[in-house]
Design a protein around this ligand. Structure first.
Ligand code: C5P
Length: 232
């Protein structure tokens, strides 16, 4: 099997820090600690429920890229409306479940925001029925509907690259750096280096940073792994 293409992405944009906090001030404190090294942040359901678009807009004003990870899953018309609202905030990525015709509806409404299709959550075990086939089928359909990329675990990246090529953006959560605690509720986990070697463009990392005593040290370990992988 040939090695996947490794896209030329700035090191500070490879890791997307998941700001999974109920308290926005804690999220902002982590950003201030990390922003010398990281320019890409994810706002998910917990923080969004706390302060709606305030942290999103604050991140963008500071010059960072934002992934809004609300994983929309509703009827196409409602998803399109929600994407239109999100796209007003200059976010880079917006996530939508890869079901029915939702990706197509989201893409129609997305203006300058890229739609990422959530395939199968990384908290689902690899042993549960046909995860890899489901990821592949959902990814194929989402891309055919115009999605910019997909969210999948490190376990499926090689297959996606082999079957669907270099074009789609692949964003991979379930990253567990060596020596950084357990997998928590994640089931399909890989290291940062393994994900990039398989062909991931961006890695989503939450608890290994939000629970770390020294998040910057963890980031440095992951970035070192990534550089080694990219440089071969
Ligand atoms: O803390 P941890 O690194 O496991 O966080 C992973 C983050 O990625 C969480 O914010 C979670 O919502 C998100 N995510 C995921 N699996 C997906 C899509 C997003 O874990 N398939």
């Amino acid at each position: 099997m040939t090695a996947p293409m490794i896209r030329d992405i700035a090191l500070r944009d490879r890791v997307i820090v998941a700001l999974d906090y109920r308290d926005p001030s804690q999220a902002r404190a982590l950003v201030k600690q990390c922003e010398s090294h990281i320019g890409f942040y994810k706002v998910g359901l917990e923080l969004f429920m706390a302060d709606w678009f305030y942290t999103v807009d604050w991140l963008i004003e500071r010059g960072h890229q934002v992934m809004l990870d609300l994983k929309y899953h509703d009827i196409p018309n409602t998803v399109a409306g929600a994407v239109t609202q999100a796209a007003r905030h200059r976010i880079r990525f917006c996530t939508v479940h890869a079901r029915d015709t939702l990706i197509g509806a989201a893409v129609q409404a997305s203006s300058n925001t890229e739609i990422l299709a959530v395939t199968v959550l990384t908290s689902v075990a690899a042993t549960s029925d046909n995860v890899e086939e489901k990821v592949l089928a959902r990814a194929r359909r989402a891309l055919a509907e115009g999605g910019a990329g997909i969210v999948c675990s490190g376990h499926e990246i090689s297959r996606i690259r082999t079957e669907l090529g270099d074009q789609p953006i692949i964003v991979t959560p379930g990253i567990r750096p060596f020596g950084c605690g357990g997998a928590d509720d994640q089931r399909r986990v890989v290291t940062a280096g393994a994900a990039v070697a398989a062909g991931a463009d961006h890695l989503v990392v939450g608890r290994p940073l939000t629970k770390a005593v020294d998040p910057l040290a963890v980031i440095e370990v992951m970035q070192e792994e990534i550089v080694k992988t990219v440089d071969g």
